[in-house]
Design a protein around this ligand. Structure first.
Ligand code: G6Q
Length: 557
């Protein structure tokens, strides 16, 4: 029997550490407490368990914690060296060890403009120069000075990219759509399924369309395939020629050689650097679609909001630090309650893509089972992140949150003022947001349920039969994250808050949050199979399922 599985030596130092053991004991002592009793015992619980930063409020009082829980979790954070890792992150140390890279997305929004070094070089002049180049270009496009091949101004931006080169800009453009310029539309193409690029090209006019090919490596198969199809489509339009490409195709990448080889003039390339992870790249040239769509000033506010959260994270003590508190609560549920997932439930319609964005940010960063030193972790790491618009979820999957068998920590995210400026709708939305977190916390006791049934005229055996089905245990943990309004500034802060939450959890679990070998594997495997699919020759060894499926596709294609 051949096996590719090899034992990677395990290390139990974290779970045997004093802070972990203290938390385990505390969990055993408090697990049976109900949050409703905790609220009754402490009428100041909201004040005691909430923190504000500018226009953001984090209310974490509806969690299964007592006044002793967070101090014990802060001990764990201190034991893991969160403060020193935080310092290393901001100062450009190469904390992405498997790729030998600094992790400096915070430099991209360093509005204080203090020096930050990677490899002995201050990166801020590079960052500022590229931002200036993006601003200059944006100004030309938005003012109509930048013209297409028939001298018409640009009306449509098509961002072609995938993963980190798609999810961030797509999420932000969707969230900030009310800030967009009236006569400028933005489209995102990521799937290599020809349908997406075809459907997008049907909507646009070549004379007035600007394609941004966003790819950190500029080798990604899906992106280059879509980019080639867009170029071929463009060159098929009447009166276009190769020279017109420069007016309609620009790139956001770290790879100028590949950009040039594709046929894009590097003067139309917006650069970023290997110390920007793909899933942390919306703050870089990958954010060009955002800047074009909402304008330079609003993009600047997005950066400023993120920078302000960076400062909050860097300077606040752990006890009043939003990302740290969120991270530690996540550790509490994942490692002590055995919670497997984390729900993200926005109640602002334009935040509809936030769950998908955070799925990548979190799961690609902390979906790791090996510690920094190569030993296997002996504990759970990153949770399964999932979610959808909360109000729609209420009519669908919330049933499981209310009456299922699992502990599912959930972040409820809302804006007080709607972008739609309609108080009637906004109040209904807000009341649902408030009522759901309350219901998830309180549950409904047997007595309350019985009373409800009596009021509805149901009694006796019928009532007793229904009782267990209509009873709600409650005690489901939620965080309420509330902003005044979904503005570029507040969105920047929220995204940065989650980035730092993910970082802190990675530090506690002692994993490298900044590599993604799982993604690299996918990129390599598909290339081999494509060769076989197209040539019909079996060049590689496959299991019988993959071989059988490969043949099925060959026969039917
Ligand atoms: C992000 C990941 C991944 C990446 C895409 C696209 O952290 O590495 O999602 O962004 O695979 O890669 P390119 O930008 O290189 O095309």
């Amino acid at each position: 029997m051949r096996s590719v599985r090899q034992a990677i030596s395990n290390d139990t130092s974290l779970i045997n550490s004093p802070a972990w053991q203290a938390l385990r004991k505390h969990h055993a002592e408090t697990e049976s407490l109900h949050m409703l009793d905790l609220f009754e015992a402490d009428t100041n619980r909201f004040v005691n368990f909430s923190v504000e930063h500018e226009e953001l409020l984090l209310d974490y009082s509806k969690n299964r914690i007592t006044s002793e829980t967070l101090p014990l979790l802060f001990e764990l954070a201190k034991q893991a060296g969160v403060e020193s890792w935080r310092q290393q992150l901001f100062s450009g140390e190469k904390i992405n060890t498997t790729e030998g890279r600094s992790v400096l997305h915070t430099a991209l929004r360093n509005c204080s403009n203090t020096s930050i070094h990677s490899d002995g070089e201050d990166v801020m002049p590079l960052v500022n120069a590229e931002l200036d180049k993006m601003r200059g270009f944006t100004e030309k496009v938005r003012s109509g000075e930048w013209r297409g091949f028939t001298s018409k101004p640009i009306t449509d931006i098509v961002n072609i990219g995938i993963g980190g080169s798609d999810l961030g800009p797509n999420m932000v453009c969707t969230a900030l759509q009310p800030y967009a310029k009236d006569n400028l539309r933005v489209h995102f193409v990521s799937n290599v399924d020809a349908l997406q690029i075809k459907q997008t090209l049907e909507k646009v006019n070549a004379e007035t369309t600007l394609f941004i090919i966003a790819s950190k490596t500029f080798t990604t198969q899906e992106t280059l395939t879509n980019a080639n199809s867009a170029r071929a489509w463009f060159l098929k339009q009447p009166n276009t020629e190769e020279g017109d490409i420069a007016k309609h195709f620009v790139a956001a990448s770290t790879n100028s050689v590949a950009v040039s080889a594709f046929g894009i003039d590097t003067t139309n390339m917006f650069q970023f650097w290997d110390w920007v992870g793909g899933r942390y790249s919306l703050w870089s040239a990958v954010g060009l679609s955002i800047m074009l769509y909402i304008g330079m000033d609003q993009y600047q506010k997005l950066l400023e909001g993120a920078h302000s959260m960076d400062q909050h994270f860097a300077e606040q003590p752990l006890e009043s630090n939003m990302p740290v508190i969120l991270a530690l609560l996540g550790v509490w549920y994942a490692n002590f309650y055995g919670a497997e997932s984390q729900a993200i439930l926005p109640y602002d319609h334009n935040l509809g893509l936030l769950p998908a964005y955070l799925e990548q940010a979190d799961m690609e960063s902390n979906g790791k089972s090996v510690r920094r030193d190569g030993k296997a972790v002996g504990y759970s790491t990153g949770p399964i992140v999932w979610g959808a618009e909360g109000i729609n979820g209420q009519h669908a999957f919330y049933q499981l949150l209310h009456q299922g068998t699992r502990v599912i920590p959930a972040d409820f995210i809302a804006s007080v003022q709607s972008q739609a400026d309609d108080q009637y709708h906004a109040d209904i939305l807000a009341s649902n947001f408030l009522a759901q977190t309350e219901a998830l916390m309180r549950g409904r006791s047997l007595d309350e349920t019985r009373h409800e049934l009596e009021t509805a005229g149901v009694s006796g055996a019928e009532a007793e039969m229904r009782l267990p089905h209509m009873y709600f245990e409650g005690n489901q943990p939620t965080n309420s994250i509330v902003m005044d309004q979904l503005t570029p500034y507040n969105l920047g802060s929220i995204v940065a808050m989650y980035e730092h939450k993910i970082f802190v959890q990675g530090v506690i679990w002692n994993i490298n949050s900044y590599d993604q070998w799982g993604v690299e594997l996918g990129k390599k495997l598909a290339k081999n199979v494509l060769e076989e699919l197209e040539s019909g020759e079996d060049k590689f060894e496959h299991d019988s399922s993959t071989a059988g499926l490969l043949n099925w596709f060959r026969k039917k294609r």
